[in-house]
Design a protein around this ligand. Structure first.
Ligand code: AMP
Length: 291
């Protein structure tokens, strides 16, 4: 696996691969890899001849007071894991080379970015869309894989690609979870044992919503109230948002249907902001299968 740290080095490598007819798959990350990241890399390998993993803690997507400086990192471990997962290149640019003096262009997706994480983290999705757009160009990627864990991010990227006619296929990967349901996240490392237990409120809320909806409660106001009480019963939890939204537009919905997704953001111990999401109605079992 090649380590490339300069944007020019990245475009040079990508041009050679494209010239040789190789299909390039990109997995953008901020590092500190876990099984979620590695599954994305393996999926990219099934869609491309060469997988590029970018590792860049993008300063412009962090707001003041967020965890940019404290973001966990372990380069040697990440390098080993990415190589094992089949990456051809680990692209590790620094902030100065990505945003040199004079930089003044922003990619901004509209309505989709104004609520949920966009409301709690002003400017976040401008930073994400801008860096992802740069990474698409630098790597000449034919496809890119993103996790459904960042559900709004995936919707924003799909919107940007459609709106700006980018010739790249966007592939979503389902959320990878611990055995007890906690969605894997680099930020889980901030949780001690007590707050690790509180973090389960997110995945358990999804289960509660699914159970309640299956039991006939379809009004999202009622469901949100139940989930709110449920989450606040866990020690050290503070709700950022509970959203019942349409899975493509991300607009709020009043009554649950097959397209409704529950999206959640909860701050644990006043410090660790975690997100999770899932469909509210479980897909019907395929014909011929039994529960
Ligand atoms: P990050 O390093 O947190 O920016 O994440 C890089 C990519 O991995 C993003 O597309 C995330 O959505 C994805 N990702 C992070 N955690 C998970 C997870 N538990 N399951 C699936 N994808 C994930």
């Amino acid at each position: 696996m090649k380590i490339i740290s300069s944007p020019a080095g990245m475009t040079g490598w990508a041009a050679k691969q494209a010239g040789a007819g190789k299909r390039i798959g990109l997995v953008p990350t901020m590092g500190f890899f876990h099984e979620g990241h590695l599954s994305l890399m393996r999926l990219a390998g099934r869609h491309a001849d060469r997988v590029v993993v970018s590792l860049f803690v993008n300063p412009v997507q962090f707001g003041p007071g967020e965890d940019l400086a404290a973001y966990p990192h372990d380069f040697d471990r990440d390098r080993e894991l990415a190589e094992k997962a089949g990456a051809a290149v680990l692209f590790v640019p620094d902030a100065e080379s990505m945003y040199p003096g004079g930089f003044q262009t922003t990619v901004r997706v509209g309505r989709l970015t104004r609520h949920l994480c966009g409301a709690s983290r002003p400017g976040h999705f401008d930073g994400v869309a801008t860096v992802v757009c740069k990474l698409f160009h630098l790597t000449a990627a034919d496809c890119a894989v993103f996790g459904e864990k960042d559900f709004q991010q995936l919707a924003v990227i799909r919107r940007m690609v459609a709106d700006l006619n980018m010739a790249i296929e966007i592939i979503g990967h389902p959320i990878v979870r611990e055995a007890d349901g906690l969605a894997l996240s680099s930020r889980n490392t901030y949780l001690d044992e007590r707050f690790r237990a509180s973090a389960l409120c997110l995945s358990r809320s999804l289960a509660l919503a699914q159970k309640s909806a299956a039991g006939g409660i379809l009004e999202t106001r009622e469901l949100a109230g139940r989930i709110r009480d449920f989450i606040l019963a866990f020690p050290g939890t503070e709700i950022d948002y509970i959203g019942f939204v349409h899975s493509r537009s991300l607009e709020p919905v009043a009554i649950v249907d097959a397209d409704t997704r529950l999206v959640l953001a909860v701050k644990i111990n006043d410090r660790v902001r975690l997100i999770d999401n899932g469909p509210v109605l479980q897909p019907a079992a395929a014909p011929g299968t039994t529960a």
